[in-house]
Ligand binder design. Structure first.
Ligand code: XMP
Length: 217
């Protein structure tokens, strides 16, 4: 994934035509499209290939199983044409290693969830967030996911991982996070869904986020 506009679209619509329409409108503004369960479960895994012919696709399947099952899932993800997969780290190093080994076979990327953006993340996830960030170092992953809704977490995770790994950061827009703030705190990309795909003009909204990032102080 090339770092140009620093924006990743979370394409969580459930109709194929809507997905293709929104993607078509925003291709020029996004560095990647993130596709997860809502769209794939409704339309089928082929949607990944449809979109990845135009722009890199990050498959957000938050893979969290034993190593063998993680390997089998990642093989399907990469066979479908995805450029990267988002996986969980709380399942332990062996489970993560299985994802990375599979990604290496396909020359693809892995991102690890290091913290989450919703309020409930403070109940359990935050207590293991730093450990997951530390574990992610030296595993061969490309980066971690950290929340735009809590920029102190992004700042902290950036200190832990240094410049070795990228940070992709959801929570901008509908969840209240600011694109410019989280980039200033150390994120490499912001991930935005609803504020773009629910808009009457997804291209205008995507362009706004890109401009906000480029014009930030
Ligand atoms: P919205 O509509 O809130 O979409 O802009 C955000 C997208 O990002 C996903 N998401 C997360 N993924 N860690 C993740 O790995 C998180 O903390 C997180 N928060 C949101 C969400 O599923 C949606 O696709």
């Amino acid at each position: 994934m090339e770092k140009n506009n620093q924006l990743i679209l979370a394409l969580d619509v459930t109709e194929k035509n809507k997905a293709l329409d929104v993607a078509e409108k925003v291709y020029e503004y996004v560095d990647a499209v993130k596709i997860g369960y809502p769209l794939v479960l409704k339309t089928g895994i082929g949607i990944i290939e449809d979109i990845s012919s135009r722009v890199p696709v990050i498959a957000d399947f938050k893979v969290a199983d034993i190593p063998n099952t993680n390997r089998l899932i990642c093989e399907q993800v990469f066979n479908s044409g995805a450029d990267a997969v988002i996986v969980h780290g709380f399942t332990g190093r062996d489970s993560l290693d299985a994802c990375v080994a599979t990604a290496n076979e396909y020359n693809r990327q892995v991102f690890v969830v290091a913290d989450m953006s919703h309020p409930g993340a403070t109940e359990f996830f935050q207590q293991v967030s730093e450990k997951i960030a530390k574990m992610s170092l030296d595993t061969g992953v490309s980066g971690v996911v950290a929340p735009a809704t809590r920029t102190n977490s992004v700042e902290n995770i950036r200190k832990i991982i240094g410049n070795e790994l990228a940070i992709i950061s959801p929570g901008v827009g509908a969840q209240g996070g600011s694109a410019s703030d989280v980039i200033n705190k150390g994120a490499d990309w912001v991930i935005t869904g609803r504020s773009i795909y629910q808009s009457d003009s997804p291209d205008t909204e995507a362009k706004k986020v890109v401009q906000e990032i480029k014009n930030r102080n």
